[in-house]
Design a protein around this ligand. Structure first.
Ligand SMILES: [Zn+2]
Length: 388
């Protein structure tokens, strides 16, 4: 069974200009917990004392989720994270020849010694601690290096190996697919007697983060990293709401409470300063709004004509709005929704032409605006009568 790891508070804060105050971090963690997120990655305690305090506060909040922290492959980072009382530790270190040589001036054997030593130390401090080891930029590193480092990490006590597509490089169905990568990794580790859980961390540089995560899931990945609004470095990572909805509707995983998603997204949007685009799947203002004439008519008769997702799944309702694409049937239907039933067909046509005028100026007419348009049309009619 797949688990969802939310990293809005760690990866999300790597979005340029985004920082959540401690009380906001707590509110985000609470909502993630209410949704039923399995693992919450809360930050890297080494970065600042305030982040350290926030990680500690979330770890002691009594959440059902497993609370985790991020850590470089350094004993001092591990000590700081353990001080916070987390039950999950994500340790990262690169294994590609180019980075080891160019940045760290180490060979692979030295890197593996360092990784193993830090993992053994962490496990010795808390045998219950879940440890994830991530070879940074896993998918572009030499595969044999990844296998050697991952095997050593598991032998030292790592429970989870994370495949990081750090630069959003993978393409489903192509030569560099997550499906093949995860399959090969699992097979190669199993041949060495290792069966760690496999996590995937997919960046969205090519817009393929969700597709790659799904590809990895189909290949047997057990943990998927996500964030609210897909927040993260550059183009970010997999979006939480999209993944949870997909898991619920297409993979029978109904244990998450999706109705809390809109509240969580509003909170994160407000405090990250990132607006939710109107056409954002699941959460955007327009995600369940029917507008064009034929769509509205057909959707009013049977929503499934133009929807494959039920808005109630995420605690939302179907909306209808009117614009230049609307026809008389849509206007009549909208009028019935706001319980205006006393208009003759001439009035309805006038309303339609007003709606089309507004639509051509680039706006939609919301349902709650419709009674005011009706008022004006009635008013005009009375004036005309008076002057007759
Ligand atoms: Zn990342």
């Amino acid at each position: 069974m797949v688990q969802v790891l939310d990293t809005t508070l760690r990866e999300g804060e790597q979005t340029p200009g985004v920082y959540f105050d401690t009380h906001i971090k707590l509110a985000v963690a609470d909502l993630l917990d209410e949704i039923g997120i399995d693992i919450i990655e809360t930050g890297h305690p080494m970065v600042t004392p305030e982040i350290h305090a926030a990680v500690e506060a979330i770890a002691h909040r009594g959440l059902n989720a497993i609370v985790g922290a991020h850590s470089r492959s350094l004993r001092q980072d591990v000590e700081l994270a353990l001080e916070c009382g987390v039950k999950f530790l994500g340790i990262f270190y690169c294994v590609s020849d180019e980075r080891l040589d160019g940045v760290f001036k180490k060979d692979l054997a030295q890197a593996i010694d360092l990784i193993s030593e830090v993992i053994s130390y962490a496990k010795s401090q808390d045998p219950e601690l879940l440890i994830r080891y991530t070879p940074e930029d896993t998918v572009r590193s030499q595969f044999e290096n990844v296998i050697s480092a991952a095997s050593a990490a598991v032998e030292a006590g790592a429970d989870i190996i994370s495949v990081a597509d750090t630069t959003g490089y993978m393409v489903p169905g192509g030569e560099r697919s997550m499906f093949n990568y995860v399959k090969n990794l699992k097979t190669n580790l199993a041949e060495r007697g290792h069966n760690p859980k496999i996590a995937v961390h997919c960046h969205n540089d090519r817009g393929l983060a969700l597709a790659n995560a799904l590809d990895a899931f189909r290949a047997g990945a057990e943990i998927i990293d996500v964030s609210v609004l897909g927040l993260g470095e550059r183009a970010g990572i997999v979006d939480l709401a999209q993944l949870l909805t997909l898991l619920a509707t297409d993979f029978g995983m109904t244990r998450y409470n999706l109705t809390k998603l809109p509240e969580l997204y509003e909170l994160v949007s407000l405090h990250s300063g990132l607006n939710i685009s109107r056409n954002f799947p699941i959460i955007g203002k327009n995600a369940f709004t029917h507008c064009a004439g034929v769509h509205t008519h057909a959707a009013a008769l049977n929503p499934m004509h133009y929807e494959s997702l039920n808005p109630e799944l995420v605690g939302r309702t179907r909306q209808f709005s009117l614009d230049h694409m609307s026809g008389i049937a849509a206007v009549r239907y909208a009028l019935s929704l706001v319980e205006i039933t006393d208009l003759d067909s001439k009035d309805q046509s006038e309303i339609l032409s007003e709606v089309k005028n507004i639509g051509q100026r680039g706006r939609t007419v919301e349902l709650n605006e419709l009674p005011h348009i009706v008022d004006i049309i009635k008013h005009k009619k009375q004036i005309i009568k008076k002057h007759k």
